[in-house]
Design a protein around this ligand. Sequence first.
Ligand SMILES: [Zn+2]
Ligand SMILES: [Zn+2]
Ligand SMILES: [Zn+2]
Ligand SMILES: [Zn+2]
Length: 173
Amino acid sequence: MGNFGLCPVCDTPLKESKSKTCSIACRVKRTYLAAISVTEKPCAACKRVLPAEKFARVKNGILNCYCRDCQTVLARRKAEKRGKRQSNYKRRPTAMDPIKSRARHLFQTAVRNGTIKRQPCERCGEKKTDGHHEDYLKPLSVVWLCRKHHRMAHRKPVDTPLAKLDAVDGSGT
Ligand SMILES: [Zn+2]
Ligand SMILES: [Zn+2]
Ligand SMILES: [Zn+2]
Ligand SMILES: [Zn+2]
């Protein structure tokens, strides 16, 4: 029996040349130790090299192949394909926020009596639009956005090139 070296995890002499660890338990531990020693890696979607904390850990400490931001964007795309409305764009009752509901009320009144004229979407020109408030303290100052771009305006920003791709596509709608 030749000398095949020691198990890198527990220093037990190895019995076969092809095995890198002495047991399955040590192999799992070795994978884990290797995974947690990774400090940065490229994201499979946006190709940026990012620190480990930008990735979720899947089983055994291994970092997900997509960064968290890309994961968010990919999950959104999936949800949109399924035709589901994003959870952060649910129509919630507005009574909870008096400033918001006051702004909406003043704005809707101004549209009804013609003080404010509906404009096409600022980003894509779509005629069916909503007034989006960037500042609820300025009830009559809105950005006109179609449903799609309005939804995007309410999303919390995610920092990945994929999100920018999503923001410019579909300019025909
Ligand atoms: Zn071992
Ligand atoms: Zn990414
Ligand atoms: Zn639009
Ligand atoms: Zn809005």
